[in-house]
Design a protein around this ligand. Structure first.
Ligand code: SF4
Ligand code: FES
Length: 248
């Protein structure tokens, strides 16, 4: 396949970025999108040019690092997958592909296609954990009975990989789907109920401080989420938040 890539290039966080055009040839349908970018970068390095910076780690849909806006969609045109799982067979010979970083005030561009998503880490640090007494009297987590429905829902919420596609797809740059998945995975389990009040209040407070927008229920986040995280988590977080606020 012969393709034209239009890629966002930006030297650093303070520089003004721009779209730069790169023709590329010899791309096979069974190559991954990131392999295609590797080929482009090898070519740029051979020519003595600066390679395109992009995030990646596991390359198998687990870590949430790969974060590209491809032809206007976070993680590209395929559904239920991350950028690293996207294959070039989704494109055809002669296509032009626009590749940009995830856009949100709370995700500033560091370089080219790499954005700073440490705002997600700070939200997690504000409450996305449980405290366990490790003084020698710990109870085996498996000894606590949990009904199957709650266990399944908690597991579904826990599959969120923190990629940020929900934010990038939202016209308000809202992080509600991400935060609600992190709140839900604990709120549904007995181990998470002990700190539930502080958790939801602190995580939502941190989310607001990071500059994410408000949720207006457009549902774009659910459509673009590679892990199928449901909007039901947002409803659950709103209930948790209301009940925590009433408790003071
Ligand atoms: S909710 Fe989905 S889109 Fe948002 S960070 Fe988690 S996995 Fe990514
Ligand atoms: S590189 Fe880990 S999810 Fe894509």
């Amino acid at each position: 396949m012969k393709l034209t890539l239009k890629i966002w290039r930006q030297k650093n966080a303070d520089a003004k970025g721009q779209i730069v055009e790169y023709p590329i040839d010899g791309i096979e349908g069974d190559m991954s999108f990131l392999e295609m970018l590797d080929i482009l970068n090898e070519d740029l390095i051979t020519k003595g040019e600066e390679p395109v910076a992009f995030d990646h780690d596991c390359r198998e849909g687990i870590c949430g690092m790969c974060s590209l806006h491809i032809n206007g969609e976070p993680h590209g045109p395929d559904k239920g997958i991350t950028t690293c799982q996207l294959h070039m067979r989704m494109f055809k010979d002669g296509d032009t592909i626009f590749i940009e970083p995830f856009r949100a005030n709370a995700f500033p561009v560091i370089k080219d296609l790499v954005v700073d998503r440490s705002s997600f880490d700070r939200i997690q640090h504000a409450g996305g954990f449980i405290s366990v007494n490790t003084s020698g009297n710990t109870i085996d987590a498996n000894a606590i009975p949990i009904n199957k429905h709650d266990a399944d829902e908690a597991f579904e919420a826990a599959t969120c990989i923190g990629c940020g596609a929900c934010v990038a797809s939202c016209k308000n740059s809202s992080a509600m789907l991400f935060v609600s998945a992190k709140v839900s995975q604990f709120a549904l389990l007995p181990q998470g109920k002990i700190e539930a009040t502080e958790r939801v209040l602190n995580m939502v407070k941190q989310m607001d401080e990071e500059g994410f927008g408000n949720c207006t229920n457009t549902g774009a986040c659910e459509v673009e989420c590679p892990k199928g995280i449901s909007l039901e988590n947002i409803a659950r977080m709103n209930r948790e938040y209301l009940s925590a606020s009433l408790k003071g």
